[in-house]
Design a protein around this ligand. Structure first.
Ligand code: CTP
Ligand code: MG
Length: 238
């Protein structure tokens, strides 16, 4: 572990994976015998500065999660403190519950979805570098390749958005610890699909770094198929 292992990674893994439609929650679905949760933990453990993990899982999966964590840590040959907490109904609630387990040593908190197991280590390090420069909220983004239109409830197009201004947002989303605690402490917490959304509501500047196509989120059965091919290709050194 490096001298300043002051980065905490929060992994929301408490979703049910309804769009994937399998019997177990998505984070516990396996690719080549490794769950998405354990693949994600293995990747996070490659980051030197990470000294603490907080993982939100469905309440009745806490014991099973410990097995997945142990296996990832044994494989990585790195053991760091980990808290497993019960998630909530929404992702926002799962992250809020996770933040109760923050430690005084955690200067930065990076929130990273269990559903993005192939995020390159460089993306984590770019987020940390930008936080080191004093930016308080940092998110990885990639250009959008599709044309994006807004559509009304009658399935008619309203208009076309200017693609040059659009970005797809990924995780890990990085925060100065106090900023994240503060935006989640508000009494009328609005569920958002990402954490930076709460910073925006609070009027806090959000900075961006380059994300990666490899950091795609596994949402649908097709994504899981892609993930399996991607992992096999990587294992074959291609
Ligand atoms: N998540 C969570 N708690 C929730 C909902 C989501 O911790 N109540 C986590 C998921 O486990 C996932 C990440 O947030 O790692 C992104 O959410 P998403 O991809 O939407 O996953 P699910 O909510 O599980 O999938 P679905 O929306 O299809 O049910
Ligand atoms: Mg969801």
């Amino acid at each position: 572990m490096s001298a300043t292992a002051d980065v905490c990674v929060v992994i929301p893994a408490a979703g049910l994976g309804e769009r994937l439609g399998l019997a177990q929650p998505k984070a516990f679905v396996g690719i080549n015998n490794w769950s998405l949760l354990s693949l994600t933990i293995k990747r996070v453990l490659e980051i030197q500065r990470v000294g603490h993990l907080i993982i939100a899982v469905p309440a009745d999966f806490k014991n099973e999660a410990l097995d997945h964590i142990d296996r990832a840590m044994r494989e990585s040959n790195k053991k760091i403190p980990v808290d497993v907490v019960a998630g909530g109904i929404t992702r926002t609630e799962s992250v809020k519950n996770s933040l109760l387990a923050l430690d005084q040593l955690d200067s930065y908190v990076l929130v990273h979805d269990a559903a993005r197991p192939f995020v390159p280590a460089e993306v984590f390090n770019s987020v940390i570098n930008k936080l080191d420069q004093g930016f308080k909220v940092v998110v990885p983004v990639i250009p959008v390749s599709d044309t994006i239109k807004t559509v009304n409830e009658k399935d008619e197009v309203i208009n076309t958005l200017d693609r040059s201004q659009l970005k797809a947002v990924q995780t890990p989303q990085g925060f100065a610890r106090d900023v994240l605690s503060e935006i989640y402490a508000t009494s009328n917490l609005k569920p958002t699909t990402d954490d930076a959304g709460l910073a925006e509501i609070a009027g806090i500047n959000v900075s961006t770094i380059n994300g990666s196509v490899e950091s795609f989120k596994i949402t649908t059965p097709f994504d899981l198929e892609m993930a399996t091919s991607f992992m096999n290709r990587k294992q074959n050194g291609k």
